[in-house]
Design a protein around this ligand. Structure first.
Ligand code: DAK
Length: 257
C-alpha cells in the first residue's frame, strides 16, 4: 500500500488505517481510494478486528478528492472510471468505523469522514464542502449526509458558499461526536473504538446496519428491520454470554459467535 498505512491490531481488536499522502494533504486520488477499499474489505473479513479507526495526520484528514487528477476529466471519463463503486464499497463496511479528524476534512475528505459511523475531531479540525469554488458540487454524499446531519439551512450555506466550519461548530451542529485537544484526538478515537470492541461484534454489526437503515426507509419498515436484527442477536453465543454474565455479576467475554 503506497498511500495508506494499515495496522490490523493496533490495539486489541481495534484496527488503525492512516491516510498517508502528507505533501498533498491526503488528497484522495484513485489509488488511495482503491487501497482504502481493499483495506476495509480485508479488515471487515478479519475476525480479530471489531472496530476500525480511520485517520489522517495533524494537518489534514483529507483535503478532498485529488483536484489535479480530476482537472482534465470529461463526464465520460468519470463514468468509465466509476469511482462511485469504490465509495459504495467503503460505505458498505460492516464493522464500526470511526474517523479521527485533525486539520482539513474538505470535499471528499469531509464526505469520507461522514461515511464513517462516528467522528472524533481535534480542536484544529475544519470541515467543508468547497467543491462549488472549483465549479462543481459534492459527489460522494455531501448534499445528502451533511444535510441529514446538520439540517438544510446549514448544509445549503456550506455547500453553496464553500465556507468551512470548525470543530466546535461541527459539534454543536451534530456533525461530529467529540472535540478534544489536538494531542488527544487519535487516542480518543481509539478509546471509543476500544469501548465498542468490548461489546459483542455481532450485536455491534447488526445495530450499525439497523441505524444506517433508518436513513433509507420510513419508520414502519425501519422498525421491522430493527426487529429482525434484534431477533438475530438471539441466535448468537454472545447473547447467551452477555445475559449470563449479567446474571452472574461478571464482565462478559464475547467471542463474536
Ligand atoms: N487535490 C490535489 N492537491 C491538493 C488538494 C486537493 N484536493 N488539496 C491540497 N492539495 C495540494 C496542493 O496543491 C499543494 O500541493 P503543491 O502545490 O505543494 O504541489 C499541497 O497539497 C499543499 O496545499 P496548499 O499549499 O494549498 O496548503 P494550504 O495550507 O495553503 O491550503 C487548503 C490548504 C486545504 C485550504 C488548500 O490546499 C485547498 O483549498 N485545497 C483544496 C480543497 C478543496 O477544494 N477540496 C475539494 C476538492 S473536490 C467523487 C467523489 C468525491 C469527489 C469527487 C468525485 N466520485 C465518487 C466520482 C470529491 C471532490 C472534491 O473533494
Amino acid at each position: 500500500m503506497d498511500f495508506i498505512n494499515v495496522t490490523p491490531n493496533y490495539q486489541p481488536h481495534v484496527a488503525l488505517i492512516a491516510l498517508n499522502r502528507p505533501k498533498e494533504l491526503n488528497a484522495l486520488n484513485l489509488q488511495l481510494m482503491q487501497e482504502l477499499k481493499l483495506a476495509l474489505q480485508a479488515l471487515d473479513n478479519d475476525d480479530t478486528v471489531r472496530a476500525i479507526v480511520l485517520t489522517g495526520n495533524e494537518k489534514a484528514f483529507a483535503a478532498g478528492a485529488d483536484i489535479k487528477q480530476m482537472a482534465d476529466k470529461t463526464a465520460v471519463d468519470m463514468l468509465k472510471i466509476d469511482q462511485f463503486s469504490t465509495w459504495d464499497q467503503i460505505r458498505k463496511t460492516r464493522k464500526p468505523l470511526i474517523a479521527a479528524v485533525s486539520g482539513f476534512a474538505l470535499g471528499g475528505g469531509c464526505e469520507l469522514a461522514m461515511t464513517c459511523d462516528m467522528i472524533v475531531a481535534s480542536e484544529t479540525a475544519m470541515f467543508g464542502q468547497p467543491e462549488i469554488k472549483i465549479g462543481v458540487m459534492p459527489g460522494a454524499g455531501g448534499t445528502q449526509r451533511l444535510t441529514k446531519a446538520i439540517g438544510k439551512a446549514r448544509a445549503m450555506e456550506m455547500v453553496l458558499t464553500g465556507k468551512f466550519i470548525d470543530a466546535h461548530e461541527a459539534l454543536s451542529f451534530g456533525l461530529i461526536n467529540k472535540v478534544v485537544p489536538v494531542e488527544m484526538y487519535l487516542a480518543e478515537a481509539l478509546n471509543l473504538a476500544t469501548q465498542i470492541a468490548q461489546m459483542s461484534p455481532i450485536a455491534a454489526m447488526l445495530a450499525k446496519e439497523a441505524i444506517n437503515r433508518s436513513f433509507e426507509t420510513h419508520l414502519d419498515e425501519g422498525l421491522h428491520f430493527e426487529r429482525k436484527n434484534f431477533y438475530l442477536t438471539f441466535s448468537s453465543e454472545d447473547q447467551t454470554e452477555g445475559m449470563q454474565a449479567f446474571v452472574e455479576k461478571r464482565k462478559p467475554n464475547y467471542q463474536g459467535k
